[in-house]
Each structure stands twice: as C-alpha cells, then as structure tokens.
Design a binder for this molecule. Structure first.
Ligand code: CA
Ligand code: CA
Ligand code: CA
Ligand code: CA
Length: 191
C-alpha cells in the first residue's frame, strides 16, 4: 500500500471515527501500525519531499523547509498568512503547547497578514530550533528521512510512537491534495 493510499484510507477512517475515543490506533482500523518506519518509508513515495526540494539536491536547506511551511500554513493559497491560518497551523504543529510569539509580533507592517519576509521572522525565532533538532547528522540540511521524522513526531503530539486518530488530523490539514510543487514555487523564498 502506498502512503497516498494509506493516507486516503486513514483520513476516511478518521472522519468516520471522529466521535470515537481519541486513543483508537490505526491498527484497529486499517490493520497496520502507523509507526515511524512505516511512515518514513511511505513518505518517500509521496513526492512531497521532492516538491519542497526546489533546487533538487535531495536535501532541504532552511529556506526550502521554511517555504514548505509557508505553503502549508497558507491553506487558502492566497500566498499570505492570515491570523486564522497562523493560529490553526500552530495548533496543528504544536498542539495546545504552542509557546511562540503572537501573530502581531511578526506582522511588522500591521496589515493583518504575514507575507514571506514576515513569516521568515517567525521561522527564525520560533521554528529554526526544530530544524536543528531534526538535522540528526548536523550537516545543515534535512534529508528525506530526517524530514519525515520531524513530520512523524509533529503528528505524534504526545510522543508515544503511536499516531492516534486524533493526531492524524495533522495529516488531513497537511496533505490537503493541493499541487504542492506549484505552491512552493509561487511562494518562493521566505528567508
Ligand atoms: Ca534542496
Ligand atoms: Ca492565506
Ligand atoms: Ca504583514
Ligand atoms: Ca542532515
């Protein structure tokens, strides 16, 4: 089963299971554990990493990583980040434990939107430490496996190595069927 197929199945299962207990495991619904290895292997087949890797060197530098985040935060694809998009995405990435700055801290021109440069300020302050955390070999880049580990842990909010139905909501927002490659090309550099 490809990751796309796996994801489509689990997203549908999540919709069906919204009223179920939050600790239902994927293995209960689709017969496989959504463990790190399964995820990392499947993730490599999605093409998502390749789409973010704009210079095609098989690595994400911080700029490519931050642009991918921008495209993900921008759910309505207007190439601006509203306060609602900012708050919603921060809950997805950090759960209720988001400790970073407020939207207004980064909206330098106070127009109610974050553009690429303003988002770069948010990235540099609040997100860059996570890039460093997942750069396991400390070469300044995230390879596909390092990046997949970041995504997996981000989804696994309580870090118990099981992505629950509730935690899967992260992927519903993240992998929303948009043309990610076109989006990141449109967003361009944020740093
Ligand atoms: Ca690259
Ligand atoms: Ca937007
Ligand atoms: Ca602004
Ligand atoms: Ca690395």
């Amino acid at each position: 089963m490809t990751f796309k197929k796996l994801f489509a199945t689990t997203a549908a299962a999540a919709l069906v299971a919204t009223a179920a207990a939050a600790d239902v495991r994927l293995s209960d619904t689709i017969g496989t554990d959504f463990d790190r290895d399964t995820f990392n292997t499947g993730f490599a087949d999605t093409g998502y990493f390749d789409a973010l890797d704009r210079d095609r060197d098989t690595m994400l530098d911080e700029n490519e990583y931050a642009t991918g985040l921008y495209a993900d935060y921008d759910t309505d694809n207007d190439v601006l980040i509203s306060q609602d998009e900012f708050d919603t995405a921060n809950v997805r990435y950090y759960g209720d434990a988001y400790q970073g700055g407020a939207f207004a801290d980064y909206d330098a021109n106070a127009d109610g939107m974050l553009d690429q440069g303003e988002f770069g300020g948010f990235y540099g302050t609040d997100v860059a430490p996570r890039f460093a955390e997942y750069d396991a070999d400390q070469d300044g880049f995230l390879n596909s496996d390092e990046y997949a580990s970041d995504l997996y842990d981000t989804a696994d909010v309580n870090r118990d190595a099981v992505v629950t139905i509730e935690e899967e909501g992260f992927f519903e927002g993240w992998f929303d069927g948009d043309d990610i490659e076109a989006e990141v090309q449109t967003v361009g550099d944020v740093m």
